[in-house]
Design a protein around this ligand. Structure first.
Ligand code: GLY
Length: 327
């Protein structure tokens, strides 16, 4: 896990990017409750409010919270394989320097040569209007593995205001073994095809519902560290990885219950599998929320009746409820 983070930062540093520290979870930005993406610390560079730094390219591993505002995953946590309130986002950024061609080439090289994913398992989506990305991807992947999608899936916005643009996502096929829903085809709603990396082609700034072109087309990418670790460790659920193992062990010790991994649950035929599934969901909620609560408190957010402090209170309350469910 540490290795994957470092491999990512080194890969982009070797290609002229400056490594930036993760910024605080509470941004100096009234339009955002929490830092929800790696690009937040670069927002004013994208929009031209502050000058482009030297070098005009950056990379980071950013801690993000998605538990309020436009990107809010709180209620999904525990019940899906991939949602977190707090997670780490690997990203590379170009401030008017390289654009689609290099962003796509870098991503392909990193995924296939550094992470070592088998090319036959990879698929991509692009925005339905983006013929340029289609041609660029065709240099790496066969056209039937490229799917055009609409704004809902392939247009990325930081929030209601701020930089935004069409995007292209890379997917990994996790194989048929555990996935039997009719939606488990590429582009379907099933879980078999997992998105690992979002390449955003930043072209606009949105304000009051109006989009104006950015001074310079830029790049913002986001790759969830937890899900990449899960794929590399061949786990069906992010919470089943080595990253969460110490937290699961602690919860097991506190509750005298066992945490079952998703592949164990899927293979079970016992009549009480439904109950074990609920137990595992509660473990995941507590593990996730303990991380968010710890980081938010450490960064100065306190319990409150509104705003950030209220989100913190809701996260803790949800964890406590699952503590009761575990007895
Ligand atoms: N800013 C890119 C992402 O969050 O996916």
């Amino acid at each position: 896990m540490r290795d994957i983070r470092q491999l990512y930062l080194d890969f982009f540093a070797q290609r002229g990017h400056k490594i930036y520290d993760s910024m605080p979870l509470v941004p100096d930005d009234a339009s955002l409750l929490f830092t929800n993406a790696g690009m937040v610390q670069f927002k004013d560079i994208f929009t031209g409010k502050i000058p482009i730094p030297t070098p005009p390219k950056a990379t980071s591993s950013q801690l993000c919270i998605r538990a309020g505002g436009k990107h809010n995953d709180l209620e999904n946590v525990g019940y899906t394989a991939r949602h977190h309130t707090l997670f780490e986002m690997l990203g590379n950024f170009s401030f008017g320097n390289y654009f689609k061609k290099d962003a796509i080439a870098y991503a392909w090289e990193f995924v296939t040569q550094v992470l070592g994913f088998d090319k036959s398992l990879l698929y991509v989506t692009i925005h339905e209007s983006d013929d340029e990305s289609f041609s660029l991807w065709c240099e790496h992947i066969s056209p039937e593995r490229i799917k055009r999608m609409g704004d809902k899936d392939n247009f990325w916005q930081m929030g209601d205001t701020g930089p935004c643009g069409p995007c292209s996502e890379i997917y990994v096929d996790q194989g048929a073994e555990f996935f039997h829903s009719s939606e488990d085809y590429f582009g379907g709603e099933g879980d078999r095809f997992l998105e690992i990396w979002n390449l955003v082609f930043m072209q606009y700034e949105q304000k009051d519902g109006i989009r104006t072109p950015l001074p310079k087309p830029s790049i913002d990418t986001g790759m969830g560290l937890e899900r990449v670790v899960a794929l590399l460790e061949k786990k069906l659920n992010n919470f089943d990885t080595s990253l969460f193992a110490p937290l699961m062990k602690s919860i097991e010790n506190l509750t005298n219950k066992r945490y079952y991994h998703e592949d164990e649950l899927l293979k079970m035929t016992d009549s009480n599998v439904g109950e074990l599934r609920h137990t595992s969901a509660s473990f995941r909620v507590i593990a996730d929320h303990a991380r968010s609560v710890a980081f938010l408190l450490a960064q100065g957010v306190n319990f409150d009746r509104e705003g950030r402090g209220y989100v913190l209170r809701r996260i803790l309350r949800r964890a406590v409820r699952h503590g009761y469910l575990l007895g």
